[in-house]
Design a protein around this ligand. Structure first.
Ligand code: SAM
Length: 177
């Protein structure tokens, strides 16, 4: 999954609806957006008062994020770091919200679980291996197996799974206080 964005590559601005619904009843606190891309989720959260740290291995993506944050009049602590190389470590019990959208790195899930404060929330949407040809991403190593996301996050009860599609697994899970 370590491919870098090139300038001009499609860079969506709108957050996915799952994130909007996940946070609408939450009090803003510290948020972490892992593999944040060009910042559609980080900037959205910052606009709603969250103190956001956003991490991606692509310098270009982080530059676009910072530009977008500036245009929106918000600040995001945006970091270039390769998660596979362990260049960013998730601080334990530190975040009220951790987001992971369209990025699968199985060995980071234990850090995600440890990083959410009691009462905190993990929101994720990741492509699913449904066994059909044409799945995105093409490499099945970056696709979830059915039931895997729930097992991997497993910090508490999922309040909703949002709108799932055949090719996508979504989850909102809250750690008990
Ligand atoms: C499909 S994009 C998703 C971006 C964002 N989460 C979103 O939903 O808009 C995947 C992102 O993962 C980043 N990425 C890939 N490998 C990474 C790594 N090893 N460490 C950190 N970020 C990585 C890419 O640069 C890219 O921005």
């Amino acid at each position: 999954m370590g491919r870098a964005l090139s300038p001009g590559e499609h860079a969506p601005k709108e957050p996915i609806p799952l994130l909007r619904s996940a946070v609408e009843h939450l009090t803003p606190g510290r948020a972490l957006d892992l593999a944040c891309g060009t910042g559609r989720h980080a900037v959205f959260l910052a606009k709603y008062g969250w103190n956001v740290t956003a991490v991606d291995s692509s310098r270009v993506a982080i530059e676009i994020l910072q530009q977008r944050a500036g245009e929106a009049g918000v600040t995001v602590n945006a970091l270039v770091a390769d998660l596979e190389l362990g260049e960013f470590k998730i601080e334990p019990d530190a975040y009220d919200l951790i987001c992971v959208f369209y990025y699968l790195q199985r060995d980071v899930f234990s850090e995600i679980r440890a990083g959410v404060k009691p009462g905190g929330t993990v929101v994720s949407a990741i492509h699913l291996n449904d066994g059909k040809p044409g799945a995105r991403p093409c490499n099945s190593a970056f696709l979830l197996e059915p039931g895997e996301l729930r097992r991997c996050i497993a910090i508490g009860k999922s309040s909703t799974t949002g709108k799932e599609r055949r090719t996508k697994k979504v989850i909102i899970m809250t750690r008990p206080s």
